[in-house]
Design a binder for this molecule. Structure first.
Ligand SMILES: *[C@@H]1O[C@H](CO)[C@@H](O)[C@H](O)[C@H]1NC(C)=O
Ligand SMILES: *[C@@H]1O[C@H](CO)[C@@H](O)[C@H](O)[C@H]1NC(C)=O
Length: 554
């Protein structure tokens, strides 16, 4: 095993060079930020189970996919909307500045105690994740300052013995690639390649499917294996980031690595207990998928999300993504989505889970904030495949999440909750006798809020933003503005914003947590819904599951 250590001299020269360049070009003039390599060059890692062949990136001419966004003429920008956009940026600035002052280069700011946290390898997760938001919000000086700091960061040094493959891919690799696609700053691509080379080591297993963790000790000893009971979304939603890295570097091995997971999904899709979907957890080691629970929420979500998004990224040239999307979408629509019985008889949809046993299958009507991404998925998938009924399903799902936000006294929906499925989707009158809430604070229409926290999550505003861009309907902006005000009201701390304990309580205690997605996703989507539609058009970009915009091949 040859992990070459780069000499200290190279680092010292790099650092001196950087200082000279910074002195020479004071911010904010455009600077080519020097790249300072990490101590370990993972591209030299000798795999114990090397791939016998590497599949090249598709070279077919991209298909002309249908437009995602509504016609430009439908969008109107007003003074009021501009004020709302400014309010979102102000909220971002408060949190970002607090991070900068208190937790700079740490993974997260603790927004109550005013300290920093190390949660994702100690590689400045919040900063890397926020980079492209800084760019989008026009904060070029901060962007440059952050880029300089990140180019000097050593991604091969961590106190952790292992890193989470999925989280490092979506937050760090995705963050660097999104920022590169917007800015063209070469050092960001070089850093992305370093992170990608490290993550590529996780694929060094006997069947070349990655485990949940990249354990450095196991990797060095050739002891890595794929998981026998891993969340399906974890290995199955690395495709966008790995493919974009291959497209930008010209090295197809990253694409090949993630693509192998998709080939496995394709082989087993129709042989699961709910044919067409994949179970919550999967045996990636034996390559079987016999689990009995099916969900588009936690543990499975981005597996489904990435199917239409890969179709978009590749310009539709690989038919597998469209096929997997269409086949699974049918099954989700028929089995997991339900119309809830609500007091105003709103015609909305909610995503539940399905359990299969020897008696057959049953719907568990519990739903999650995480599942709220599905409105955007059906919207995007419907537009890209020309199926308007998917777009309609997406609208009802996005409305369902908006409805749930409005129903709670804080104006924010909980992490996990239950509703009451209608007997029929066509008509469903509110019947108060069927409503048996689990506690006094549960609003009408809900059976429980089993996990009443709000963790500053983005999925609801994400779908509402996508629906706004698909329709041009200002109703989505109005809904977004109410949600934004509610979230700010309950989450603002003296320093930044914090997760809260209980959305059923307007005076809810706060939690000392501000995950990096608050700046990377939630505030980005709020900002974009109040921005003109050509700022990150969905016809030019596709957002990763961490809201990093990648340029689509067209
Ligand atoms: C799975 O079934 C769908 C139709 O339900 C079909 O379109 C698809 O090709 C099948 N997949 C495989 C791998 O046979
Ligand atoms: C659109 O999607 C629905 C639901 O998945 C399906 O039943 C219908 O056949 C699709 N329509 C077209 C034109 O493909």
């Amino acid at each position: 095993m040859a992990l070459r250590r780069r000499s200290r001299a190279v680092l010292a020269i790099g650092a001196v060079l950087m200082i000279l360049i910074i002195l020479h070009f004071p911010a904010p003039s455009p600077v080519i930020v020097p790249f300072i390599p990490g101590t370990v060059d993972w591209s030299k890692f000798e795999h114990f189970h090397p791939a016998s062949s590497i599949k090249p990136l598709p070279t077919d001419r991209p298909r002309q996919l249908p437009p995602v966004q509504a016609d430009r003429s439908l969008f109107k920008h007003s003074e009021l909307i501009e004020q709302r956009r400014a309010a979102v940026k102000d909220e971002f600035l408060r949190s970002y500045n607090a991070y900068k002052e208190i937790a700079w280069m740490m993974d997260e700011l603790a927004p109550l105690s005013g300290t920093g946290k190390t949660t994702f390898g100690g590689w400045a997760a919040t900063l890397v994740d926020s980079l492209d938001t800084l760019w989008i919000m026009g904060m070029k000086k901060e962007f440059q300052e952050a880029t300089i700091a990140i180019s000097a960061m050593d991604f091969s040094v961590t106190k952790d013995g292992s890193i989470n493959v999925f989280e490092t891919t979506i937050r760090h690799l995705g963050g660097l690639l999104g920022a590169y696609d917007l800015s063209g700053e070469p050092t960001l691509l070089q850093k992305a390649k370093e992170v990608g080379e490290m993550l590529y080591v996780a694929f060094d297993t006997p069947n070349r499917l990655p485990g949940f963790w990249l354990n450095f000790e196991d990797a060095r000893n050739g002891r890595q294996v794929a998981g026998t009971n891993d969340p399906s979304a974890s290995p199955a939603s690395l495709t966008l980031e790995m493919t974009r890295l291959s497209q930008l570097t010209g090295d197809p091995k990253f694409y090949d690595a993630a693509d192998r997971v998709i080939r496995f999904l394709d082989r087993v899709q129709n042989d699961t207990l709910l044919s067409g979907m994949w179970p919550l957890t999967v045996n990636f080691q034996d390559e079987t998928a016999q689990g009995d629970t099916f969900s588009i929420g936690a543990l499975a979500d981005s597996l489904y999300e990435y199917l239409p998004k890969m179709h978009a990224l590749l310009g539709g040239v690989d038919p597998v993504y469209e096929r997997l999307y269409l086949t699974s979408a049918d099954v989700v629509i028929d089995n997991l989505l339900y119309r809830p019985m609500v007091p105003d008889n709103a015609d909305v949809l909610i995503a539940g889970d399905v359990r299969v046993n020897s008696q057959g299958q049953s719907l568990n009507p519990d739903s999650q904030h995480l599942s709220c991404f599905a409105g955007g998925m059906f919207g995007l998938g419907g537009r890209l495949t020309g199926n308007d009924s998917h777009v309609e399903v997406g609208k009802k799902l996005a409305h369902g999440c908006g409805w749930a936000y409005n129903a709670f006294p804080t104006g924010v929906m909980p992490e996990i909750y239950g509703m009451i499925p209608c007997e029929s989707a066509e008509s469903c009158e509110w019947d108060e006798s069927r409503w048996e809430p689990d506690g006094e604070s549960i609003p009408k229409g809900f059976s429980h809020a089993r996990d009443p926290r709000y963790l500053l999550r983005p999925e609801a505003i994400e779908s509402i933003f996508i629906m706004y861009r698909i329709t041009g309907d200002i109703g989505w902006q109005e809904l977004a503005w109410r949600m934004f005000q509610s979230i700010v009201k309950v989450s603002r701390t003296a320093l930044a914003n914090a997760a809260i304990d209980d959305v059923t309580n307007p005076d809810s205690p706060k939690i000392d947590s501000m995950e990096s997605f608050w700046l990377a996703e939630t505030l980005k989507y709020f900002y974009l819904i109040f921005s003109p539609p050509d700022l990150i058009s969905l016809d030019e970009y596709v957002f990763t599951t961490e809201a990093h915009p990648f340029i689509r091949v067209r």
